[in-house]
Structures are given as structure tokens and as C-alpha cells.
Design a protein around this ligand. Structure first.
Ligand code: UDX
Ligand code: ADP
Length: 476
């Protein structure tokens, strides 16, 4: 029976996952460690509104387990040594330089963790890969562990990919569709696998716990995300066709989703998927396929990402061609998070769309209920740098950007409003009230990238609307 767990990485994956394990397993002490001191301080903050990951239900669980059997610390080495099972839940973003730039996963954090684990361990450890990793990463981790270890100890590596989606993380962890545990089919591999199964069995029905080999487990994570993203790119590609042909994408989604073999999930047309997983994992899949000489496979999956880029650009171009770019017009970008109910903006389509707008000389106001101003500037700067724009130009472009903390300001004083995140708050905008104070000539054009505007009603108030996938659009 495992009694002490250490989780390296106090982020979107490590935080909620360990909180839920701690909640269901009061007999296990869990220590979440992170090299980012500021993040650890926020997790330890007395005011639960300050914890760094915003997930419905998370602060309630933290209030029950923190200080009892869940602890946050920056003493990484100490807790590696103390615990029998080490989860690795560090970020593995797409590489921004070197071989595989823009495609392969950057394993720098994983490699550092493996080195740290091997140097700090004085007894046998079970290492659990939680971060999404390229296939056969466990082999690399094993190599690093074996090469750096100081004592004659055994490291067993198992893969237990996380399938939680942000915004529903707690719900997903409580009622997982499945828990995947991949291990070497050796004697010690099976023992480690069973130790982790015993933990999940506390609240997950046994039939939902799937045992595989390590490589199937690693590849399943990439494949699941690729298949989900593929559905979004499929519906987004059809949204362009619907606009041209007079069809309506929501009617199409409903009609095809009724076929139980297709199902109705993940068929909402949008400005493109964001988040830390989909693009990164597909690019990774593409990179790996190419390495194995499977160019057709690589090209097939790469197109899912290409359609996503197309959708972001298409949406930007529709705004640009309908707004007078020469006379310093303003566009309000509503929503910075990559989806509602999260404070995460990684790979959010808002970043690409806003960059396209400021690059065309438009002034952009941004409003998001959760994302902080510094993060917004950081995201745009990193994106422009990745696009090889020099610092002088970035400074000039950033002057075109202003972050607002009031939604109403973004509706009243603007030439266009672009909806990029489907926040519930945006569903309650009092268009009739705004409409009375906006002369027809001053009414902003509305660009709905999430299909959240009641098209008929808002049009009847005199607004011109572009809605993704709507063949009736008054703007196109
Ligand atoms: C995803 C997977 O769902 C999860 O299983 C995995 O562990 C991590 O990656 P996440 O990135 O948190 O989770 O969000 P998800 O809900 O999948 O949405 C990803 C993106 O797709 C968002 O930008 C969302 O707005 C977009 N999306 C989703 C659509 O555009 N249309 C849809 O129908 C569904
Ligand atoms: P994810 O969505 O994968 O959880 P996050 O960026 O939210 O990604 O969290 C990952 C966390 O891992 C960050 O807080 C980061 O500081 C931490 N981290 C990365 N590398 C290391 C390391 N070598 N040691 C300790 N913590 C690390």
C-alpha cells in the first residue's frame, strides 16, 4: 500500500489530480512540489480565491484536504526522497527553438525532473508519467534515471495519462470515463501497476481502469486528443462551406450528431481549438510519424492543425475586410481564455486573432473575466516573437492593445465586437439597453466566433452580425 506520494508540478494537471486523490485517499500523504515559489505560495494562500488554478469545485476540495493530507512545497528533493511514488506532472510545451522547433514536445522539464529524481532518491521509486509525452519517453526517463542514480535502487516507470479537460477537471477526475495505466509487463512492472490501481480503485469502478503496456498508454493520450481535435477541425471546415452555401452549422451539427455512431459531442464550430494539449499533441504525433518515415500519416494529422490555423485566419480576415482599417477603428475582443470557466490562455485563438488585428493597424480592446492583464501582454508578446517580429515593432504594436476590466466599455465605445470565448456572462448582454443608446450608424458590427449570439433577436435590434457557419450572415 502506498503511503506517501510526491507530485512534481503544481499546475493545471498536478494540482486538481492530487487534490482529488487526497480527497479519496485520506490515508495517503501527498506532497505537491514545484520549482516556481510564487505558485506554491498561491496554493498555500489563506484566501482560496488566490489558488492559481481556477476550476469549479477545486477550492472546496482544497479547503478539505490542504494541511491534512495534501501539502504544497518548493522542497523538491526532500519530498522525492521521502515518497515511494512520484508523479511527474510538469509542462511539456511545443519546442520554440532547436531541432523540432514548432513541432516536437519540449522535454526539458521532464529531463530535469528525471535527473532530480535520480539524484535525490535513496530508495526504490515508482515514477508515474502524468504529463503528456511522446511515445517511448519512458525509455528516455529510464535511461536518465539509471545513468544518474547514486544508490543501487530500482526505478519503475508507469504511464498514467491525464484525460481531464479544464473547466470540468474535478468532475472529470471524480467520474473518469477511464483510467489508463501502462506498465512494463515484468514482475516489478505489474507490482507498480497494481499499486496505482489500488489508489484509483478507491473511487473509480474497476472496469474503468485499463491496463496496457507503457507505449499503448503514451500513444493513447496523443491519439485521444488528436481524434477530439479532428472533430473540431472537421466541423470548422464545414462551417466555411455552410457560410458559402446558405446552410447553418448548428443545424448541421445537430443533424449529424443524432447518428449515434457519430455522437453529438465536440461538434461546436468555433474560431478554432486552443488549450495546452490539442495542437501540441497533434504536432507531436506528426513529428513522431515523420521520424518513423510515415509521411502520409504525418500529413493526415497535420491537416487537422492546418484547418485550425485556417479558421483563426479566416475569422480575422472577415473582421479586417469589414472594418475600415485606415481610420484607426477599434475592435473589442471578448474572451481571452481558450474556453470558458478557465483562467488558462495557452494556445487560445484570441492570441492569433488579436495579433492579426493589431498587425493590420486596428486598435484592440480586450476583456476577459478571469485572465490578468500581464498574462494577456505576455501571450501577445510571445506570439509576435515567435512570428519573428522585432522588439521595436512589438513595442509599437502593443500600443494598439488595451485591456479593459469592464465589459460594458467594450460594447459601448467600439466599432466592432468579436466574441472569442463562450463565457456565460456574454450570453446575458442586454443588447436592447445598448441598442437604445447606439444610433444605427454607431452600432458596432458583431463577429461571433462561438455561435453564442441570438442572431435573429440581436439583428432585429439593428446590429449587423457575422456568425461562424451561418449561411444567413448579414456580414461576410
Ligand atoms: C483537452 C481534452 O478534452 C482532455 O481530455 C485532455 O486531457 C486535454 O485536452 P482541454 O484542452 O482542457 O482538454 O479542453 P477541451 O474542452 O477539450 O477544449 C479544447 C478546445 O477545443 C477549446 O478551445 C474549445 O473551445 C474547443 N472546442 C471544443 C471547440 O471549438 N468545439 C467543440 O465542440 C469542443
Ligand atoms: P500542466 O497543464 O501540464 O499542468 P502547468 O504549466 O500548469 O502545466 O504546470 C506545470 C508546473 O510544473 C509548473 O508550475 C512548473 O513550474 C512546474 N515545473 C516544470 N518543471 C519543473 C521541475 N523540473 N521541477 C519542479 N517543477 C517543475
Amino acid at each position: 500500500m502506498i503511503k506517501k506520494i510526491c507530485c512534481i508540478g503544481a499546475g493545471y494537471v498536478g494540482g486538481p489530480t492530487m487534490a482529488v486523490i487526497a480527497y479519496h485517499c485520506p490515508e495517503i500523504d501527498i506532497h505537491i512540489v514545484d520549482s516556481n515559489n510564487e505558485r506554491i505560495d498561491l496554493w498555500n494562500s489563506d484566501n482560496l480565491d488566490n489558488i492559481p488554478v481556477k476550476e469549479p469545485g477545486l477550492s472546496k476540495i482544497i479547503s478539505k484536504v490542504r494541511g491534512k493530507n495534501l501539502f504544497f512545497s518548493n522542497e523538491v528533493d526532500k519530498y522525492i526522497d521521502l515518497c515511494e511514488m512520484i508523479f511527474i506532472a510538469v509542462n511539456t510545451p511545443t519546442k520554440t527553438s532547436g531541432e523540432g522547433k514548432g513541432m516536437a514536445a519540449d522535454l526539458k522539464n521532464i529531463i530535469n525532473c528525471a535527473k532530480q529524481v535520480s539524484l535525490a532518491s535513496k530508495s526504490d521509486k515508482i515514477i508515474v508519467e502524468k504529463s503528456t509525452l511522446p511515445v517511448r519517453t519512458a525509455e528516455k526517463i529510464k535511461e536518465i534515471l539509471e545513468n544518474n542514480k547514486r544508490e543501487k535502487i530500482n526505478f519503475e516507470i508507469i504511464s498514467n495519462p491525464e484525460f481531464l479537460a479544464e473547466g470540468t477537471a474535478i468532475q472529470d477526475l471524480f467520474k473518469s470515463d477511464r483510467v489508463l495505466i501502462g506498465a512494463d509487463q515484468t514482475e516489478s512492472g505489474k507490482i507498480a501497476q497494481n499499486k496505482l490501481i489500488d489508489i484509483y480503485k478507491k473511487w473509480i469502478p474497476e472496469e474503468k481502469i485499463i491496463k496496457t503496456n507503457v507505449w499503448s498508454s503514451e500513444l493513447s493520450k496523443l491519439a485521444s486528443n488528436a481524434m477530439l481535435a479532428q472533430r473540431i477541425s472537421s466541423i470548422n471546415s464545414l462551417s466555411a462551406l455552410a457560410e458559402k452555401s446558405g446552410a447553418k452549422i448548428d443545424e448541421l451539427s445537430m443533424a449529424i450528431g443524432k447518428d449515434h455512431r457519430i455522437g453529438n459531442k465536440f461538434l461546436n464550430a468555433s474560431i478554432g481549438f486552443g488549450g495546452s494539449c490539442f495542437q501540441k499533441d497533434i504536432l507531436n504525433l506528426v513529428y513522431i510519424s515523420r521520424q518513423y518515415g510515415l509521411d502520409e500519416v504525418a500529413d493526415y494529422w497535420h491537416n487537422v492543425v492546418k484547418i485550425n490555423e485556417f479558421q483563426k485566419d479566416r475569422f480575422s480576415q472577415i473582421i479586417i475586410r469589414n472594418i475600415e482599417t485606415s481610420s484607426n477603428q477599434t475592435v473589442s475582443v471578448l474572451g481571452w481564455a481558450f474556453k470558458k470557466d478557465t483562467n488558462d490562455s495557452r494556445e487560445s485563438s484570441s492570441i492569433a486573432v488579436t495579433s492579426n488585428l493589431i498587425l493590420k493597424g486596428l486598435t484592440v480592446n480586450v476583456y476577459d473575466p478571469l485572465i490578468k492583464i500581464n498574462q494577456i501582454y505576455h501571450d501577445i508578446t510571445a506570439y509576435l516573437e515567435f512570428k519573428n517580429i522585432n522588439q521595436k515593432n512589438i513595442t509599437r504594436l502593443l500600443k494598439k492593445l488595451s485591456v479593459k476590466d469592464n465589459l460594458n466599455d467594450c460594447i459601448i465605445e467600439t466599432d466592432a465586437i468579436a466574441f472569442l470565448t463562450e463565457w456565460d456572462k456574454f450570453l446575458n448582454i442586454k443588447w436592447d439597453k445598448f441598442s437604445k443608446n447606439q444610433h444605427i450608424k454607431n452600432k458596432p458590427k458583431i463577429f461571433d466566433g462561438r455561435g453564442i449570439i441570438d442572431y435573429e433577436y440581436v439583428s432585429s435590434l439593428g446590429y449587423q452580425i457575422y456568425q461562424i457557419g451561418n449561411g444567413d450572415n448579414s456580414i461576410n
